[in-house]
Design a protein around this ligand. Structure first.
Ligand code: ADP
Ligand code: MG
Ligand code: ZN
Length: 479
């Protein structure tokens, strides 16, 4: 029997604000335990929350990027539960009145554009962190009250791969917007995957299982794949899927039961009496709309059209906005977008990978790469010399110099002077008279040998076309 996998994702993105959601504590990562805390985020009696307005700005910006309706009436609600890393005994979140609803997001999945629905986006605070050490546990509240956006999708995904691609693209969008750093290892972007299966042709959804806190793209795909298989096995053996919360164990590649699924009413949500409702008016939304950048998929389409690049290249070049910026600078200054893309996709990415660097730390500036391409296109230097030069630049060898300075200082310009090339050819022919005889007797294969020798003598700087033409003429016996 054929089954269909149904997935909905709840993505949590930590916002790139300097301070927390309801207090002035820093959100900086990696400081000493409990250093970023105050009476508000440690829940001292009488401490009152004060809303960080920037969080609302970021929520609106994200909502607009995801084509949501921005709601004017916003309420913070208390979500009540006990856990040692939640000192207030409740998390401040949004429940009935989230800031954004009814959006959609289009992204590429194996080269095809797909669109999934966004149910809602709401603002909430993070909890602290507990670590367990044998007989005792420790609590670190640095994360307590750090702002998060929860982005909830419709149950629109039909494959693990599709869900992972959405997650990748969503990360790219959040980075473009500058609202989240997308660092999944530090847990700044993570998701819960809701998974159910149903028999093909069935119109009702099956019982869903929620897999909590997945923190890599690969695990999103693997966890969903495993979970769907587990559910199908249960149904096929006559059992029922129970609604529950599970955890993914990447080492064993399986999900394990954590607890039976809680319902919204279990949390006793109610409007937080310490915080006033926020009214988001049109003017506020319009102001944020003006800050909306060109998003990765729009940029990708523009690159394909404007620069005539393949979809694959455009996808890689637009994944990060700094990469897109670098590309456009090289393309415009070199007037050769195709070469710009080839150099970046090939040599530059290889070097960044080797040096474990980001495009913002590229050892070759966009200006230098553009100049390199200009010099190749005007035949001032050969492609081969350009490659060597590129690798040298990557090691920092010519730091601070322009491409033109490097070329003249190191005498790298290609030799197009026919007289100079002829001198070399004559020398090589004299030294290899045996091969000249062979060539003239019809063994045309030795031609390659002569090209090699001449180029070697000229340190690769002979213009290949001229070397070829002159060699042919001279070998044939012409003067
Ligand atoms: P909860 O807080 O209980 O997890 P939410 O409304 O926040 O509820 O999230 C529900 C998520 O589960 C959404 O992403 C939704 O698309 C998804 N979902 C709902 N029903 C199903 C289903 N039958 N199968 C898979 N996903 C589902
Ligand atoms: Mg959930
Ligand atoms: Zn604080």
């Amino acid at each position: 029997m054929d089954y269909e996998t149904i997935v909905g994702l709840e993505v949590h993105a930590q916002l790139l604000t300097n301070t927390k959601l309801f207090c002035a504590c820093s959100t900086e990562f990696g400081v000493g335990d409990n250093e970023n805390t105050c009476p508000i985020c440690t829940a001292m009696p009488g401490a009152l929350p004060v809303l960080n307005k920037r969080v609302v700005d970021f929520a609106i910006l994200t909502g607009l990027a995801l084509n949501c309706k921005i709601r004017s009436h916003n309420v913070f609600a208390r979500k009540n539960y006990f856990y040692p890393d939640l000192p207030k005994g409740y998390q401040i979140s949004q429940f009935e009145d989230p800031i954004c609803v009814g959006g959609k997001l289009s992204f590429l999945n194996e080269g095809k554009e797909e669109t999934i629905g966004i149910t809602r986006i709401h603002m909430e605070e993070d909890a602290g962190k507990s670590t367990h050490h044998g007989t005792f546990s420790l609590i670190n509240l640095n994360r307590s009250s750090v702002p998060l956006l929860e982005i909830v999708s419709e149950p629109d995904f039909r494959s693990p791969k599709q869900a992972a691609e959405y997650m990748r693209y969503l990360r790219s969008v959040l980075l473009y917007l500058g609202v989240c750093d997308g660092n999944m290892e530090e847990g700044n972007l993570r998701c819960d995957a809701n998974v159910s299966v149903r028999k093909k042709g069935e119109t009702k959804f099956g019982t869903r299982v929620e897999i909590k806190n997945i923190n890599s793209f690969r695990f999103v795909e693997k966890a969903i794949e495993y979970e769907a298989g587990r559910q199908i096995d249960l149904i096929e053996s006559g059992q029922k899927v129970s609604q529950e919360t599970r955890l993914y164990d990447p080492d064993k590649n399986r999900t394990i039961s954590m607890r039976s699924k809680e319902e919204a009413h279990d949390y006793r949500y109610f409007p937080d009496p310490d915080l006033l409702p926020i009214s988001v008016d049109n003017q506020w939304v319009e102001k944020i709309k003006n800050m909306l950048p060109e998003l990765p998929l729009e940029k990708l389409k523009r690159f394909m059209k404007e620069y005539n690049l393949p979809q694959y290249d455009s996808e890689i070049l637009t994944d990060k906005k700094e990469m897109a910026l670098y590309f456009e600078e090289v393309a415009k200054n070199s007037k050769n977008p195709k070469a710009a893309s080839n150099w970046i996709m090939g040599d530059l990415l290889r070097i960044l990978n080797e040096q474990k660097k980001d495009i913002t730390q590229a050892p070759i500036t966009a200006r230098q790469l553009a100049d390199l391409i200009l010099n190749i296109d005007s035949a001032k230097i050969s492609g081969k010399i350009a490659k060597t030069l590129f690798d040298e630049l990557a090691t920092g060898k010519h730091a601070g110099l322009s491409i033109d300075e490097i070329i003249s200082k190191n005498n790298l310009a290609q030799v197009t002077d026919t007289k100079a090339i002829e001198v070399v050819i004559d020398k090589i022919m004299t030294a290899n008279s045996g091969q000249v005889e062979q060539y003239r007797a019809g063994k045309e294969k030795v031609f390659g040998f002569f090209v090699g020798q001449v180029m070697k003598e000229m340190k690769g700087q002979g213009n290949p076309q001229i070397v070829n033409d002159l060699l042919k003429k001279k070998l044939k016996g012409g003067e």
